[in-house]
Design a protein around this ligand. Structure first.
Ligand code: TEU
Ligand code: CA
Length: 546
């Protein structure tokens, strides 16, 4: 059995992590050169987003060949070296399996386009008139989810970009091909897998219009998804490896099933409900202040129910699709350091496996791109145009992108205060924020009180205390909207976690009696706490142990 319940995972977006050969694009040798740094965080696994052959319309989530390395990132030898060097340091690699769709440049799709019946059945083609898509479903990146192919007189389904065609999992040959991919990487020594939007793989039998939504209710956690996952896991023998499924618009009931060990599906799930509390009416492209009460309720429900049903959460704030959390729920100006540390504490003391996304451990912020030409992401660029068409001004659209674009999480890793932040010798593929002058690895490494060193302590606490790994969870101060607090308990040991989500001092509804408690970590370096105590400073975070 692997140790996923005790582990912390570090996520790398290779294109933006470290460039070893001066072309402005991060690469695999770049990652290898930073393995000692990653090890210094205390993490157990490294999940890298895809670096397989791809036209990179969606930065590698459009895979053209699952078993070849994109030369832009390196070679197969580099990848083997990465796996070996990480293993020498006691870290396992998790690879990203994008199995809901392939690039339209994939050999299978190319054969399908030429009319090869076998391969047409690898994808989801439907008959239809050129001006009448089979359903009204919308792509997650904007526009119709269907594209017409005149030579075939058929439409194909793409839930994401038009160059990402959805695979037909109902075809057993497709399932066999994908199992081969897993076996290939397992053979190479990969220790785990992340499965991209894996709850979207099972499409319904009948395709019908969605009169109340964009179609997602027909294919999210679809009819055979659990069967398909069980089969994939059993036939590739990965039940004892660490696996995480990315679940899009999922439900608690399904995530229990995906992650309960008895079901033999996955180790854990990512869900995104807590990262939609600042979407107005669920719409990512409408700005709204975060609803902290909702955020607390979501964590409470998911944490307590998953515990009750023996499921397991991946816990996280950041990834390559999300804006930076300190800019989003924290306070990147006046309380940059305090709020970044507080947000880190919230996640790392929870029940579940914590993920750290590159640069999060430095308190990296949204880059503040000002012009549309600074953006690279296909979703951002599509929505910029959709927003303009919907009547927003250029300024409004850019303001929205500035807060919501996925590129906010994709600016290069800030290694030092030098030119190009030590990421590259050359101008990078995407801009670097000026704050790399003080938000960077080199400076924070030397500063005892830095966000970086605070993350290291949090990771270490999880290693030290079984109650943090495995303790049950109970939420406190539920009615105090800006206080995010909980208690973990195991075998008579207790950990109390208190976080202030606001820039104000908060008087707790009840006094905390600190007598007999030890302070494990706090972002105001409170040191010894004694007696009764009831005021939380702005963005304060305190972890107590009894
Ligand atoms: O993301 C899935 C996904 O649902 C997000 O793209 C989400 O729709 C978006 O960020 C919210 O606005 C995964 C990958 O993480 C992402 O990078 C890929 O683009 C996507 O799948 C398609 O493979
Ligand atoms: Ca490079």
């Amino acid at each position: 059995m692997n140790n996923f319940k005790q582990s912390t995972i570090y996520q790398i977006y290779p294109k933006s992590f470290c460039d070893s050969n001066g072309d402005g694009i991060g690469d695999i040798q770049g990652i290898i050169s930073k393995l000692d740094y990653i090890k210094s965080l205390g993490v157990d696994y490294i999940w890298s987003t895809p670096f397989f052959v791809s036209p990179l319309n969606d930065n590698g989530y459009d895979v053209e060949d699952y078993q070849k390395i994109n030369p832009l990132f390196g070679t197969m030898e580099d990848v083997e070296e990465l796996i070996a060097r990480a293993e020498e340091r006691g870290m396992g690699l998790m690879f990203d399996m994008v199995f809901n769709h392939t690039s339209t440049r994939h050999e299978w799709f190319q054969k399908a386009l030429s009319g090869d019946k076998k391969y047409m059945d690898y994808y989801i083609f439907k008959d239809g008139e050129p001006d009448m898509p089979p359903t009204n479903w919308q792509s997650k990146f904007g526009g119709s989810a269907w594209e017409y192919v005149p030579s075939l007189k058929k439409w194909y389904l793409h839930l994401f970009d038009v160059t990402q065609a959805d695979l037909n999992w109902n075809n057993p040959d497709v399932r066999e091909e994908l199992k081969e991919v897993i076996r290939f990487w397992k053979e190479k020594g990969v220790k785990g897998f992340r499965f991209d939007v894996v709850n979207l793989i099972s499409k319904p039998k009948i395709f019908e219009n969605d009169t109340i939504g964009d179609g997602r209710r027909f294919y999210s956690d679809g009819p055979h998804v659990h069967e398909f996952l069980k089969e994939l896991v059993a036939d590739t023998g990965i039940e004892d490896m660490i696996t995480v499924g990315e679940m899009s618009s999922t439900s608690l009931e399904h995530c229990v099933k995906y992650s309960n060990p008895d079901e033999k599906e996955l180790s854990m799930c990512f869900n995104f409900h807590h990262l939609k509390v600042d979407y107005k009416d669920g719409n990512k492209w409408e700005l709204m202040d975060p609803d902290y009460q909702r955020l607390k309720e979501l964590f409470e429900t998911w944490q307590t129910e998953m515990e009750k049903e023996n499921g397991w959460n991946a816990v996280f704030w950041c990834n390559h699709d999300q804006p930076r959390i300190v800019s989003r729920l924290g306070n990147e100006k006046k309380y940059w350091k305090e709020s970044a540390k507080m947000l880190a504490t919230c996640i790392h003391m929870l029940r579940g496996t914590p993920y750290i996304y590159q640069g999060e451990e430095l308190g990296m912020t949204n880059p503040g791109y000002k012009e549309i030409c600074e953006y690279r992401d296909v979703e951002s660029i599509n929505y910029y145009h959709i927003l303009l068409e919907s009547g927003k001004t250029k300024e409004e659209a850019l303001e929205i992108l500035g807060q919501r674009s996925r590129d906010n999480g994709r600016s290069p890793m800030q290694w030092n205060s030098g030119k190009y932040a030590g990421f590259s010798e050359k101008e990078p593929w995407i801009g670097i924020p000026v704050n790399h002058k003080y938000i960077n690895v080199e400076d924070e490494d030397k500063d005892e009180d830095s966000i970086l060193n605070y993350y290291r302590k949090l990771v270490d606490l999880r290693k030290q205390y079984k109650v943090i790994q495995d303790g049950s969870i109970e939420f406190l101060f539920q009615e105090q909207t800006e206080v995010f607090a909980y208690k973990r308990s195991l075998d008579g040991q207790e950990v109390i976690v208190l976080n202030n989500f606001s820039a104000r001092e908060i008087l707790l509804a009840e006094v905390i009696s600190c007598t007999g408690y030890e302070c494990l970590i706090s972002n105001y370096n409170r040191g010894k706490l004694e007696g009764d105590w009831k005021v939380l400073r702005p963005y304060e975070s305190i972890v107590l142990l009894k």
